[in-house]
Design a protein around this ligand. Structure first.
Ligand code: G3P
Length: 217
């Protein structure tokens, strides 16, 4: 499973990149706002840091402008994935840009039927939002499972990119179901390393080690 980092904060990406766990990055208008940076500048910097796909989202809602913005964003670097919303115009733009050979991530997916259409129009990635479904008392993981089943039924190559991940359990469940990619905030990726018994066990080992009076170096 690939790990994408859901942030436009270059320092956070750089830190995780040193561990070798960053297979790509996803951004959106809210994350660009949070970064306080110009979208072109910050995206260019991220693309230079990371080998994998870096999603940059269009702001347009009409087909013609989506295409123009998508083409401009793709010129930033070869590893750009143009992020398009799952609307009728977004699907049309996905079809056109995919036919031009561009990588496309279709975002704001909340139903399996939306994901089916995105696959049919040639999306490289589909981004179902888990956390936002959980927020309205639906089960985001059910959507990931349904899309996985439908794509496997028909051999669609569109990658399931589990998004709006808020907890380590979302990562675990996505991995069990077989999502191709998760995109998560850096805080969630860091939390994957934590277990209280690891901390407790290490405390015990360090305490016992100090009583041996030994050193290794
Ligand atoms: O990748 C989409 C993601 O950023 C949305 O997450 O937590 O705002 O629902 P969230």
């Amino acid at each position: 499973m690939d790990f994408f980092v859901d942030t436009a904060n270059v320092d956070e990406i750089r830190e995780l990149n040193q561990l070798g766990v960053v297979d790509g990055v996803t951004t959106n208008p809210s994350l660009i706002l949070k970064s306080g940076r110009d979208i072109i500048d910050v995206t260019k910097e991220i693309c230079a840091l990371v080998d994998g796909h870096v999603s940059a989202e269009v702001a347009a809602t009409k087909f013609d402008t989506m295409i123009a913005e998508g083409r401009k964003l793709s010129e930033i670097a070869p590893n750009i994935a143009v992020k398009l919303p799952l609307t009728w115009d977004g699907l049309k733009a996905c079809h056109t840009l995919s036919q031009e050979g561009k990588t496309v991530n279709v975002t704001l997916c909340f139903s399996a039927n939306q994901a089916l259409l995105a696959a049919k129009v040639g999306a490289t990635y589909i981004s179902p939002f888990i956390g936002r479904l959980d927020d309205i008392n639906l089960d985001g993981m059910d959507l990931i499972a349904d899309i996985r089943t439908i794509y496997d039924n028909y051999g669609y190559k569109t990658k399931v990119l589990a998004a709006s991940i808020r907890s380590v359990n979302h990562v675990f469940d996505s991995a069990l179901i077989g999502a191709d990619v998760i995109t998560a905030p850096p805080s969630v990726i860091k939390q994957l390393a934590h277990h209280p018994l690891t901390d407790k066990g290490l405390d015990q080992f360090l305490s016992d080690w100090s009583q041996t009076g030994q050193t290794i170096l």
